[in-house]
Design a protein around this ligand. Structure first.
Ligand code: ADP
Ligand code: ASP
Ligand code: MG
Length: 410
């Protein structure tokens, strides 16, 4: 007997036919004693469509974050009901549960909630009754009973967290690609599928934009020590296992992968006093508004006049909140100007092996230079180097960097 959590993304359950295929595959592969929990996303592009719908009543839907969550959670609710009905039509016992019913408790950070605790008693109960349990991904509820979503791509996190809380034997993430690749396979022509990747390298790839897994889901996997199998809904091939350490020999390259993120806005507060407490004032206000800040650069603009500029990036989805906060703080700090640029992209290389190899950064910058792309900000971590770029073709830039580190054969 095995307890298996299987998560199916939006493209895997985009139509009733696809749901039927998913249900048939699950039943085909299920051993008689297996207990199956399915976590599903909203059908196809439903979440995007719901966001567009909200834009019909307000230019800035994320200003009303609680209502956005009330709206967005409906997408997953449609999927679970239809998938449970599909199983029943096939003669199987199945039941749908919302995130709240599955015991997913979150904080109140609407649209980017964090799971605080999971008490999956109802899931256990339904499994014991012989049901396939179909749980809505991406959602939970806060202590007041409000629905809260877990940020875009959050069904991955629901699945891994539920697998951890249930003590599942395996967690499988079914998606529209064959696994985790060395770069987004829809962008990099030479992208290679990995057999394995460690939690820490996957977390860094995900954090830097590799949308195949939500970063928090990888963190959850690491916390619960659950290996995560990322694989295709549309083929039976083995995908990529995300786990603590490598177990197989793979062809070694100097880096593990390239990630890119187009969901980035650059914010610059110009002409502020270069005195203690200024950075704290800006970033404390942003933190209090729950805005995640990424690359931060403080320049040395005018030493004589003791004036500096503060430049940083935020996710596009946080822009409305960030703008409100920054304009207020900039006024209080007597800043000369606030500049906001939305069309920027962060491209990164990731690999635990790059530590202490300065040549790697030079190769990345060289590849970007060849495509004529200008680098606006550079930041590094122990296992990654990121460049913020503006203009030029993102696709060309990603391919240039990927080809530099993963030469195409033939
Ligand atoms: P799902 O709806 O199944 O959750 P997502 O669209 O969230 O699917 O994630 C799968 C997509 O992630 C792929 O279609 C691919 O374009 C993108 N992606 C980005 N980086 C990578 C990568 N390194 N490896 C695999 N896929 C990636
Ligand atoms: N439906 C949500 C989204 O599109 C959650 C998910 O698919 O993981 O972001
Ligand atoms: Mg996803």
């Amino acid at each position: 007997m095995a307890l298996i959590v299987k998560k199916f993304g939006g493209s895997s359950v985009a139509t009733p036919e696809k749901m039927l295929n998913v249900a048939k595959r699950v039943l085909e592969e299920k051993k008689p004693d297996d207990k199956i929990v399915m976590v599903v996303s909203a059908m196809g592009d439903t979440t995007d469509e719901l966001i567009e719908l909200a834009k019909g009543v307000t230019k800035e839907p994320y200003k009303y974050a609680r209502e956005m969550d009330m709206l967005l959670t409906t997408g997953e609710q449609v999927s679970i009901a239809l998938l449970a009905m599909t199983f029943k039509e096939l003669g199987e016992k199945a039941v749908s549960l919302t995130g709240i019913m599955a015991g997913m408790k979150t904080d109140s950070a609407y649209t980017k909630g964090r799971i605080l605790d999971i008490t999956p008693a109802r899931v256990q109960e339904e499994l014991n009754k012989g049901n396939i349990v179909v749980v809505a991904g991406f959602q939970g509820s806060d202590k007041y009973g409000n629905p809260v979503t877990l940020g875009r791509g959050g069904s991955d996190t629901s699945a891994v967290a539920l697998a951890g809380a249930l003590g599942a034997d395996t967690c499988e993430i079914y998606t529209d690609v064959e696994g985790v690749f060395s770069a987004d396979p829809r962008v990099a022509k030479g992208a290679r599928k990995m057999n394995e990747i460690t939690y820490s390298e996957m977390l860094e790839m995900a954090r830097l934009g590799a949308g195949v897994m939500q970063p928090r889901s990888v963190e959850m996997g690491q916390v619960y020590k659950i290996p995560i199998h990322v694989r295709s809904t549309f083929s039976k091939n083995t995908g990529t296992i995300i786990r603590e350490d490598y177990t197989m020999e793979e062809k070694s390259f100097s880096i593990r992968g390239v990630a890119h993120d187009e969901d980035v806005t650059k914010v610059a507060i110009l002409g502020i006093a270069d005195t203690p407490g200024v950075a704290h004032k800006i970033f404390d206000a942003l933190a209090k508004a729950n805005v995640d800040v990424d690359m931060i650069v403080q320049s040395m603009r005018n030493i004589e006049k003791n004036i500096t500029d503060m430049v940083f990036t935020v996710a596009n989805t946080d822009l409305v909140k960030a703008k409100e906060v920054v304009e207020k703080v900039a006024g209080e700090l007597n800043a000369s100007k606030v500049l906001i640029e939305e069309n920027v992209t962060k491209i990164s290389i990731v690999g635990a092996g790059m530590l202490g190899s300065p040549g790697i950064a030079a190769r990345m910058f060289g590849a970007l230079a060849k495509t004529g792309v200008n680098i606006e900000i550079i930041s590094t971590s122990e296992i990654s180097i990121s460049c913020l770029i503006k203009g030029g073709s993102v696709k060309e830039a990603v391919n240039a960097i990927h080809d530099e580190f993963f030469p195409r054969e033939g």
